[in-house]
Design a protein. Structure first.
Length: 402
């Protein structure tokens, strides 16, 4: 019999394999195939990320109310249907920017509902080793994503319909895994007729809990900055840089994404060997600050190989930062509010992503992709310095309730 932890990893791996493919194909479709202007590229990415701002907190509360496994299963099935639907539409009719925006919004909604439900399930199968399981989940995430990037590099050859069809199959495998996943029931579903009132109270309670913890509060703050300055740069500025400076296509987009994820993956492998990090907040801030400095080097018009190296080191910093941030939130959250806590964690990053995507698009339109990267790097570095000097995150220790 397969252990629940392994089934969870299969379900998680299917999503991130699909996500790795989509990260490249999404940027390839809007940047290369449709050849849209920087502001429309930013708008398309914002359309994908915006549902996170609206629904991700609701998703966390729904997961607490009805069980994370059930919500994750429904969301994964919906995502598989969306990918299959776009593939069918592209095969039968013409492809347009408007159709692309509809797909972006729909997929963004499924991710917003799925993310907190999936993350809230991890402690239930972690067997008392939360930080180690977080590191393992992160390793699977970025390792599987690299496979997705490799598959997506064939988009120019096989076309978008095939890519989207494969993505739908991969997501369906994950849905089957969620169906067979067995987890303990932490909080039973309450009277569904009073769901709206419970939902509002649930979100409010979760917000108060996050704000009451200095550690979680600062993680949320720096995550917001990362969503604006780092995510916007990664999903909008870098693809435009590839198009306008390096004259690239799906292959170059895949290589850049793979280099970044390889850095993330290697950092996580090292964390697995080293063991628990005691000064989690300090590791988080150092990784973010150094990452900002590294990204600023991409503003110089270097060779494509050098750019891959820069994105690789930036990924190493991201692997440390994201793992420490998730661990802090997991360890300091109450088990009865964990779905909401992870919802706020995801909200702080993904919810600020639409702002970053739109801002990055306009920055590229105004200043070009290279200068835009320099501006984003400087802003992120300033935020890291302010959080490090004006809060207790620098001194936050392993399993210390803040």
């Amino acid at each position: 019999m397969i252990k629940p932890l392994n089934i969870y990893f299969i379900a998680t791996g299917s999503w991130y394999l699909s996500y790795g493919m989509q990260s490249v194909v999404f940027a390839w479709l809007v940047t290369i195939i449709l050849n849209e202007t920087p502001d429309k590229v930013g708008l398309a990415q914002m359309a994908y990320l915006l549902p996170g701002t609206v629904f991700i907190l609701i998703g966390g509360s729904i997961a607490d109310q009805f069980g994370g496994r059930k919500i994750a299963l429904i969301a994964q099935c919906a995502a598989a249907s969306m990918a299959a639907g776009l593939a069918l539409s592209m095969a039968l009719t013409s492809f347009s920017y408007d159709k692309f925006l509809v797909f972006a919004v729909c997929m963004g909604c499924t991710q917003a509902i799925l993310t907190p439900a999936r993350d809230g399930l991890l402690p239930l199968v972690a067997e008392g080793q939360i930080q180690r399981r977080v590191v393992q989940a992160s390793m699977i995430q970025f390792g599987i994503q690299m496979i997705g990037f490799v598959l997506a590099s064939m988009a120019d050859s096989v076309g978008a319909v095939v890519m989207l069809s494969v993505q739908s199959v991969v997501l369906s495998i994950g849905a089957v895994a969620y169906y067979y996943l067995s987890v303990p029931l932490v909080k039973s579903a309450r009277t569904q007729a009073r769901m709206i009132n419970q939902l509002v109270a649930s979100i409010t309670e979760g917000f108060r809990s996050v704000m009451a913890s200095p550690g979680m509060r600062m993680v949320v703050l720096q995550n917001c900055a990362m969503g604006i300055f780092f995510m916007g740069s990664y999903i909008v500025t870098v693809p435009l840089l590839i198009r306008e400076v390096y004259d690239g296509s799906s292959t170059e987009l895949s290589l850049i994404n793979a280099a970044n994820s390889l850095g993330l993956f290697l950092t996580i492998v090292v964390l697995l060997r080293v063991g628990d990090i005691k000064r989690q907040g300090r590791a988080l801030l150092i990784a973010q600050g150094f990452g900002a400095l590294v990204l600023s080097m991409a503003a110089i018009q270097v060779s494509f190989t050098t750019l891959m190296g820069i994105l690789f080191v930036w990924g190493m910093c991201g692997g440390m930062a994201m793992t420490m941030a998730r661990t802090i939130m997991q360890e300091q959250s109450d088990e009865h509010q964990r779905g909401r806590m992870m919802g706020f964690y995801a909200f702080s990053f993904m919810g600020s992503g639409p702002i970053g995507a739109l801002l990055s698009g306009y920055l590229v339109a105004w200043f070009g992709p290279s200068t835009s990267l320099a501006i984003a790097s400087l802003c992120m570095f300033v935020v890291v310095v302010l959080v490090g000097t004006q809060s207790n995150l620098w001194h936050l220790s392993h399993k210390a309730k803040a």
